[in-house]
Design a protein around this ligand. Structure first.
Ligand SMILES: [Zn+2]
Length: 502
């Protein structure tokens, strides 16, 4: 037994030493980055670039921006072939590859690889490929400072020195975008004992004050801490790209968001991207992590991942004091009215829209926009659970249960799990409500849900029904007093000023 233990100890020690090293430097004259990927131990013949980027559900083929990979083993050149756009094959086992990758225009949601005279922004899939068989090893990222030695780096990865960072595996490396430059600014705050950074970069970042962004970050993180009971990272970075392209893209421990002007009114956007640290990056279907970057990851749950995240952006902003319950109701009602004018709502279900996004290739879904429909579905499911349980349970309970089942290294949820949890938590009535919302292309069942929570639609706006108490009271007498608060999102821990430093 002792001998086995000793051997195990040695094996563990050896395994933990193995790493894939990524060294990257930047050349403004050629608008390229030079990337060197070196294996500590072992060799590989196959090297790949991602076909797509998590969070942006369409094929991009990042391999097309890579030129002339050069494979070596122990410093000796190894010839190679290029079987397909994202795949290179060394003729003999290699332990290193070097390649140049060019700057690329932004995608729908994120900049990919951008370089100016004073900064770079790097989105992992645009630049970093992987040696087959070495994705699970520790990955070490070494940056050559750009544009000079005093460059500041905004990145979520833990560092071993100013320009060297480590990721537990390739998925984490790929999911840790960074901005580096002479004008990159960082402010810090702490919530729940966890370090948060607010970073500003991009062509229009100079002079934009960060205090407001620090406050939004504190309020939003505090509400998520209250909802989930924990913050699932050691450090989180808000990457604000002022004047940058694309929209916003979520990552495990950061989000990169394009900002215009001074970012006023961006609370919903920020809450949406931050909530993704839970919903999408931890709460996810099985196909969304660990990833297969070589082919589409099809799921019927994008309405949940994007739309319900958008619903929670509203909820969090009410709880955080940025908007009132009434203004959230008005904005949700307005989205419901717009949705009800779309004839495709009776042709394409939320589930189908999610699954077929890869065909439409525009990341809004197939016929129906799963952001909009998913947001309304989140609202209806929340109302339905509150109505069916007399206000004892809500969508919060579904979200928390999903989080408990998927966080850490656990696998993602099965495609039927959200329905099961809605029924478990909200009762049998939630089954058909879920089906009408998600799997069938029929009218959304809001009219059947509202009376149970004492609400009504008047002139297209959902609001409290002033005469609901008596009608509802006959069925649930004990709840009459609770009715005004039945769908209230308030009542959580009031926001407090927290430690700030910059
Ligand atoms: Zn999103």
């Amino acid at each position: 037994m002792m001998r086995t233990l000793t051997l195990c100890g040695i094996l563990i020690a050896v395994t933990s030493l193995q790493a894939a090293h990524y060294e990257i430097s930047f050349d403004q004259a050629t608008s390229t980055a030079l990337v060197r990927v070196r294996l500590d131990s072992g060799t590989a013949t196959d090297f790949h670039m991602p076909a797509w980027s998590p969070g942006d559900y369409r094929i991009v083929d990042f391999g097309k921006h890579v030129s002339a990979p050069r494979f070596t083993r122990l410093g000796t050149r190894v010839t190679s072939s290029h079987p397909s756009v994202n795949h290179w094959k060394a003729d003999e086992p290699a332990d290193m590859v070097e390649y140049r990758v060019s700057t690329q225009k932004s995608g729908i949601f994120s900049e990919n690889f951008r370089m100016t005279s004073d900064e770079v922004f790097v989105h992992g899939p645009a630049v970093f490929g992987w040696f087959e068989g070495h994705q699970k090893e520790k990955q070490v990222l070494a940056l050559t400072p750009y544009p000079g030695d005093s460059a500041t780096v905004a990145i979520a990865l833990p560092s071993t020195d100013q320009y060297t960072f480590t990721a537990n595996n390739y998925d984490v490396l790929l999911d840790s975008p960074f901005a580096m430059g002479s004008k990159v600014r960082i402010a810090e705050f702490v919530v729940g004992g966890k370090r948060h950074q607010v970073s500003a970069f991009g062509p229009r970042s100079q002079g934009v004050p960060l205090n407001g962004f620090v406050e939004i970050g504190q309020r939003v993180a505090t509400q998520c801490l209250d909802l989930f009971g924990e913050l699932p990272y050691e450090k989180y970075v808000f990457l604000y790209d002022f004047g940058g392209g694309g929209g916003g893209l979520e990552h495990m421990n950061s989000a990169r968001m394009a900002m215009w002007g001074d970012g006023s009114g961006a609370e919903d956007f920020i809450a949406h991207e931050f909530f993704h640290a839970f919903n999408v990056k931890r709460i996810r279907p099985k196909t969304l992590g660990p990833f297969d970057y070589s082919k589409p990851a099809v799921t019927g749950a994008l309405w949940w991942l994007e739309g319900v995240t958008d619903y929670y952006a509203e909820v969090i902003n009410v709880r955080a004091g940025y908007k009132t319950r009434e203004s959230a109701m008005r904005s949700l009602s307005s989205e419901l009215r717009a949705f009800n004018r779309d004839s495709d709502r009776l042709k394409v279900s939320a589930d189908e829209s999610s699954r077929r996004v890869w065909e439409s290739n525009n990341s809004s879904g197939y016929g129906i926009n799963y952001y909009t429909k998913g947001k309304i579905i989140g609202w209806i499911l929340d109302l339905a659970i509150r109505g069916e349980t007399g206000g004892k349970k809500s969508l919060d309970d579904v979200v928390r249960s999903l989080y408990a089942e998927t966080k850490g290294d656990k696998p993602g949820f099965s495609e039927t799990r959200i329905r099961e949890l809605c029924v478990e938590i909200g009762g049998a009535a939630l089954g058909p409500i879920y089906d009408d919302c998600v799997t069938r292309a029929v009218e959304l069942p809001i009219a059947t849900v509202l009376p149970k929570v004492g609400m009504v639609i008047t002139d297209g706006v959902v609001n409290d029904n002033p005469s609901a108490s008596s009608a509802i009271g006959k069925k649930w007498p004990k709840q009459i007093d609770a009715l005004p608060g039945l769908i209230s999102w308030e009542g959580r821990r009031p926001w407090q000023q927290l430690t700030t430093s910059s």
